[in-house]
Design a protein around this ligand. Structure first.
Ligand code: C2E
Ligand code: MG
Ligand code: MG
Length: 550
């Protein structure tokens, strides 16, 4: 583009010079015509006739004609001079403008290169630049016989923060994390953002793999002080995977992949960081295989439901059970939901899974109803399912098919699911509530929503997360949270259920605080439908099960 523009400018200069020359030529012609006319007039005035001799005589004797004779030369020289001057000025302008354009083009190219190699949010190098630097570092390490390390880091529960506090606040958090990571490392190290909540660090020169662990510890320590976002103090936890060159790989792709595999191992073990080990690999292909198997399991009914009692504290009566899905896996045995629900959520299988769970739970509730037992069922809804606009109609259809009164169904939804898209959640919850289904906020306290906001939704119940309940007898803060939540929820007209009630002491304390219902090991573990029915006839629930531990 620069070349074309400077060519255009050079062409313009040539045009200007040609135009100046043309005008000079006109001047010369006009001057010549003037000389001819003046000579003829002078010849005629001198001799009364026009002849060659008279013209020569006029030219020789008339000094005014001499001045006139000089004019074509003056015009020619002046024209040439003006033309050259204009061409010179135009040329200078061309040079100036070309230089300016070149500078602009270079700046634009630098900006484009920067944008292509940096993350716009955090200003950190992106995956492309990291890969480039990693390739250089691998080559340098190979030549010098040295070690380098790649660390891949992922924030724990960032999605929940993003969903609950909004993407703007999520972005602010990522920026804070980025600057802390940068500050925690030395100048030659590269911190990059790979996308989402995933970061990577390149340590181009380490003496020993332990050095990489030291850096990982430093990074985790840098994230320890809470981040202040939207007026809230947020605890940020991360998991880091470490791969060392040449021990774990000698090319950038292998190193990155292995660091990521190690990161998943760290996440699974809640260990903060993990160095790559060959055994970690089985989990990645395993996840892929599991995904295919889960689809089959839903289709062929290899899932099953366990039902955990939810007991009214005042009367000790079992009124509802929570349906908790399990997978009867031919190789891995009975798999808990934590091992496959996140997978189902990520792959879109969650819709089919929820449909199966609801269908089975309603079938079971109808069967209990026919046997004269009035037991409501609570079903968990994932965020993705809650935001599906078809859900109210699908649920209404299933309730009608099983002839179950909608009030016998409770849907448990986490705060994060609602906050992910408040308007859509409100619309869908209102439709569900409209045909009589009851709604409950699950794991309350783990998100960042306020009770005042939740009360604007058509919810009736709040389940205090087990993490607060379990420790409330030892931890004064948790005790305050549980008490305040019960009081506030009651003031707002909500029923309160405590999760994780695993001892008699907890049961007693919660009853004193006026908690409405309890769920947990002390009340009863999740049981298969048949085992639950077996336990039913043994008196009021908390006396009937005999499962209670003091
Ligand atoms: P949740 O909805 O909060 O369910 C309660 C979980 O806490 C259950 O674990 C239950 O067994 C466990 N629990 C209850 N009381 C105690 C106790 O006193 N001590 C201990 N240690 N644990 C207790 P589970 O069955 O493993 O389910 C875990 C989570 O998986 C559930 O948490 C729920 O979020 C999800 N989940 C389970 N079934 C489904 C489902 O059908 N659909 C969806 N979307 N999620 C499900
Ligand atoms: Mg639940
Ligand atoms: Mg819960």
């Amino acid at each position: 583009m620069v070349a074309t523009t400077s060519e255009t400018l050079a062409g313009t200069a040539r045009l200007l010079k040609a135009r100046a020359n043309r005008h000079a030529l006109y001047g010369v012609i006009i001057a010549a015509l003037c000389i001819a006319a003046a000579s003829l007039l002078a010849a005629f005035m001198n001799s009364g006739a026009v002849s060659v001799e008279a013209l020569i005589e006029a030219q020789r004797s008339n000094y005014a004609l001499w001045i006139l004779d000089a004019m074509p030369f003056v015009f020619a020289v002046w024209g040439q001079y003006a033309g050259s001057l204009m061409a010179y000025e135009a040329g200078a302008a061309v040079v100036d403008q070309t230089n300016e354009l070149r500078a602009q083009a270079e700046a634009a190219e630098r900006r484009m290169t920067y944008e292509a190699t940096h993350d716009p949010l955090t200003d950190l190098p992106n995956r492309v630049l990291l890969h480039d630097r990693l390739a250089q570092a691998v080559n340098a390490a190979r030549r010098g016989g040295e070690c380098l390390a790649v660390l891949v880091m992922d924030l724990d529960h960032f999605k929940e923060i993003n969903d609950t506090l909004g993407h703007c606040n999520g972005d602010l958090l990522l920026k804070q994390v980025a600057s802390r990571l940068k500050a925690a490392l030395r100048a030659p190290d590269t911190v990059a953002r790979l996308g989402g909540d995933e970061f990577a660090v390149l340590l181009p020169k380490i003496h020993h793999a332990d050095g990489a662990e030291l850096s990982a510890r430093k990074l985790l320590r840098a994230l320890e002080p809470p981040c202040v976002v939207g007026g809230l103090h947020l605890e940020v936890h991360a998991s880091i995977g470490i791969a060392v060159c040449p021990e774990h790989g000698a090319d950038p792709d292998t190193l990155m992949q292995r660091a990521e595999v190690a990161m998943y191992a760290a996440k699974r073990n809640h260990s903060g960081f993990a160095r790559y080990a060959a055994g970690h690999d089985q989990y990645s292909p395993r996840r892929l295989v599991l995904m295919g198997e889960l689809r089959q399991a839903i289709e062929h009914g290899h899932l099953c439901l366990h039902y955990q009692p939810k007991v009214e504290m005042a009367r000790g009566e079992l009124t509802e059970v929570e349906a908790l899905v399990r997978w009867r896996h031919p190789q891995h045995g009975l798999m808990p939901p934590d091992e496959f629900i996140p997978l189902a959520e990520r792959t879109g299988l969650i819709q089919a899974l929820t449909h199966w769970v609801l269908d089975e739970a309603l079938r079971q509730s109808a069967e209990w109803g026919r046997a004269g037992r009035d037991i409501g069922v609570c079903v968990n809804l994932s965020p993705r399912v809650l935001l599906d606009p078809q859900i109210p109609d699908t649920f209404a259809g299933l309730l009608a098919a099983h002839r179950i009164a909608p009030s016998r169904l409770v849907l448990e939804i986490t705060e994060g699911a609602i906050m992910a898209d408040r308007d859509r959640a409100l619309e869908i919850l209102t439709r569900l509530h409209g045909f009589g289904v009851r709604l409950s906020i699950d794991d309350f306290g783990t998100g960042y929503s306020s009770l005042a906001y939740l009360k604007r939704l058509p919810v009736e119940e709040l389940k205090i997360d087990q993490s607060f309940v379990m420790a409330m007898l030892e931890d004064a803060n948790d005790a305050v949270i549980v008490r305040a939540t019960i009081e506030l929820a009651h003031n707002l007209g909500l029923r309160v259920v405590a999760e994780g009630v695993r001892s008699r002491a907890l049961w007693e304390r919660l009853r004193e605080l006026g908690c409405d219902a309890a769920q947990g090991e002390y009340v009863g573990d999740p049981l298969e439908a048949a085992a639950l029915i077996e336990a039913l006839p043994r008196g009021p629930w908390h006396l009937r099960t005999g499962r209670r531990r003091a």
